[in-house]
Design a protein around this ligand. Sequence first.
Ligand SMILES: [Zn+2]
Length: 415
Amino acid sequence: MAWTTAAAQAAEPWLNETLIDAARMATDPQEATRLYLSAVSLSRVSQTKSEALSGYIEEVGSFAVKTVYCLSLLAFGVLWRLRDRVARMSSRWPVQITIFWCVYWGFLVIMLFPFEFFRFWFLDRISQRIETGWPRWTQGYLTGQVLPGLAGLVGMILLYALIRRARKGWWLISWAASTLLLAAILFLSPWLQRKSVKVSQNPMLLTIARQLARESGLGRIQVLERADVGPQGRIGASFTGWLGTTSIIVNQASLVRCNEDELRFIIAHETGHLILHHAWAWLAMQSGVLLAFFASTAFVLRFAAARWAVTGIKGPGDVAGLPLLHLCLVVVTFASGPLLNSLARYGENQADHFALEVTRLPDAAASVFLKLSESRDLEPSRVVEAVFFGHPSGRTRIQRAMEWKAQHGQERNSN
Ligand SMILES: [Zn+2]
């Protein structure tokens, strides 16, 4: 059955349709890839490159500021002095941790403010990505810190209660409990996102999804739609949930800005994630990072208590060790980033390959990758792609689609 969408006719103004048509006709994968890549307007390329650069600055800068903050507190023995002062104010440890955390969190927010201001207000303002004035931005930034601060306080009280009770095995119990919590969040994620997603009633979307689920042996499939963000929503889709709640979420903009073949490829890609059990893989990777975090924290806290006198840390249950715990979190998260990204890219490549095999639509795939490049750097350097990219770059994905096309011949015409 042929469906038409408003989208199929509404060309993207920043894409050169003549070059895309030429790319579809090209038989050499390198030539076809080059033509596809050159179809994006230069202004769009420079815009996504500058946005991407801001993202890298944010990631590296935030790591550097937090590391310096934690190391300074440890080296100057600030926190054991604070611990002793707080202990004189109250003998109840939950009260001590609350006071301690408020001071710690408050100073961290102040320390991070110049950097966050530069990254999220100044850079975005000069690039005309936001129109908000600095007083309103600052107010929004500070109120945005309240909820993470409260969540951190609850986490701290639970963690220190566990350390005091379990003593040596606290890190193993913490790892098991946090993995279970993560699994529960993944299981509940369609429900947790219920305000921004709804069960799809779109006949075209449902027909394509059910057909792909049947063909690939997935069986029943839940399809959700995500409401657009901003005046012109971004295209995209994702999978969410785990075990019985697994679902595909399609951005509503994808229904307006993609034609049927492109939509088929997008849904097939997400179906690939489900068929290949990528929710399990994601959970295993996150659990591995949590294990690295808790094990390294237990080790360095013991080490500091025994051999690093300037920190004044008495043992794992001492709140003066909070910067060390925080430092382990920052370092493990930052160091595991490239590894997690390369595993994620591997999974994305698998899902792309699955989608090409079931849809046999390499040119629709290339067109989707181009449209996705409105918000992603299409051609990053190889090093940047290896370190920062959780998806292969548009260039890599288009090239693989064109190589698939060269090996398997012309795509089918489903319209
Ligand atoms: Zn994917």
